[in-house]
Design a protein around this ligand. Structure first.
Ligand SMILES: Cc1ncc(COP(=O)(O)O)c(C=O)c1O
Length: 427
């Protein structure tokens, strides 16, 4: 216990300097604008680019009605794990609806996306098996892999060639044990996506199983919100799909979807959080059912179009008007590269003082010289709000650069220089 205390003065110093933008609490619904705590715990009103409610469904009247109806009909509590009567008729219906959307027969629900991802890996991978994963895969997948086996290979982000090389090397020595290949539909720190057609083909060639986590793209991208899998014509073709309801679906929970009944049975029996953690509550399930209905409707298309207009305006203003580099492809996640961690930390205080909530992402979530702001856009953001958000970020970053150039020598002394790659991913 003694060693834990040393972190406190560091956090307190960053909080005092308004460079500790973590664990903020909100004081109103997290829409396009919101009221939230500053580092000093005072409440501030501001433009909100820090919430993952990509289609703005958290405030949708029919979603709220569905949630209220579930409270009336079922109460507020699931009362047990899925295996021990924690499911309701609503959960059965949601399993069916996710199966329709993903074109998979078998669906298992979890009370978080984290639990779904961790469980899919740990339920299926044995100690002698191999995990081959994109090196930027989410912490839930990395932790699952580490819990399941020591035989883990991380391949260069998005590279099918690197994946193939890893599979060739493993199969040269081991033709017997399983290989689980792990990637994501949309990487949420970089806003980029893999070539799923190629990856699934390479996996088949080397008797490997492909798992794709669609936490950020399912609902927010692709025809009827089918995500990167849908937009690349791969619905029903991916071995195992893992998803989260915590982004577009305005709730908590997650799922594993597959066409293999055996995989479903294994994930139910050996996915720890399915057996040993309470199921999604009826109000969460009802919320997801109604948001999924909207996601797949014409209204979903309109909301995705509004989202992409806001995203396009934001990326254009950031790059063309203010000279920033936005990483990846247009999606609800707009990663704005700052690079130098001290500049990014100082700017995190500057954006807050000017009335903008935007998440700072620093080492170890990303590389030490790859600090960034992750702006998360909602369908309800107007183009004006996107332009204003970009302008505030630009002012805050230029103020931070100026402040740092005055303090240059002092800053050089404390900046770590040796570590370049992220140690863990979080989002
Ligand atoms: C790729 C990925 N998987 C899983 C999760 C965890 O989802 P949840 O917040 O629903 O637990 C996240 C969260 O951001 C994620 O980005």
């Amino acid at each position: 216990m003694a060693r834990t205390g040393s972190i406190l003065p560091w956090i307190a110093a960053r909080r005092a300097a308004e460079t500790w933008p973590y664990a903020r609490a909100i004081a109103s619904a997290p829409g396009a604008v919101t009221l939230a705590e500053a580092e000093t715990f005072q409440l501030r009103h501001g433009l909100n680019f820090a919430t993952q409610d990509y289609l703005s469904l958290g405030s949708h009247p029919s979603v709220r009605e569905a949630a209220e109806r579930a409270v009336r009909d079922y109460g507020v509590h699931s009362g047990g794990s899925s295996i021990l009567q924690g499911r309701s008729g609503l959960s059965r219906a949601l399993e069916q609806e996710i199966g329709d959307a993903m074109q998979t027969e078998e669906v298992v629900l979890f009370s978080s996306g984290w639990g779904a991802a961790f469980s899919a890996v740990t339920a299926l991978v044995r100690a002698d098996d191999h995990v081959v994963m994109d090196r930027l895969a989410h912490a839930s997948l990395q932790t699952g892999a580490a819990a399941a086996t020591t035989r883990i290979t991380r391949f260069e982000h998005l590279s099918v060639d690197a994946l193939r090389r890893a599979l060739v090397a493993i199969r040269a020595d081991d033709t017997r044990n399983g290989i689980l290949v792990i990637t994501e539909g949309l990487f949420s720190m970089d806003s980029d996506s893999p070539d799923l057609l190629e990856m699934q083909a390479v996996c088949r060639e080397y008797q490997a199983t492909l798992l794709v986590d669609v936490a950020h793209d399912f609902g927010s991208l692709g025809p009827q919100g089918s995500g990167h899998i849908g937009r690349t014509g791969m619905l029903g073709e991916i071995d195992i799909v893992v998803g989260a309801f915590s982004k577009t679906f305005a709730s908590n929970g997650g799922f594993v979807a597959t066409r293999h009944a055996g995989v479903r049975a294994y994930v139910e029996a050996y996915g720890g959080p399915h057996m040993f953690s309470n199921a999604m509550s009826p109000v969460q399930v009802a919320t997801v059912r109604e948001t999924l209905r909207i996601v797949r409707s014409d209204e979903g298309d309109q909301r995705r179009a509004a989202l992409m207009t806001a995203v396009g305006t934001l990326r254009h203003a950031l790059t063309h008007e203010h000279g920033f580099t936005c990483l990846g492809d247009p999606s609800a996640v707009v990663p704005v590269l700052i690079g130098h961690t001290p500049v990014a930390r100082l700017a995190s205080g500057g954006v807050l003082r000017r009335g903008l909530f935007a998440n700072l992402v620093e080492f170890p979530a990303v590389g030490i010289r790859a600090a960034r702001f992750r702006m998360q856009v909602q369908a309800d953001h107007t183009p004006e709000q996107s332009r204003e958000g970009a302008a505030i970020l630009a002012e805050a970053v230029s103020e931070a650069r100026e402040t740092l150039s005055q303090m240059k020598n002092e800053v050089r002394g404390v900046e770590p220089t040796s570590v370049h790659q992220p140690a863990v991913r979080a989002s």
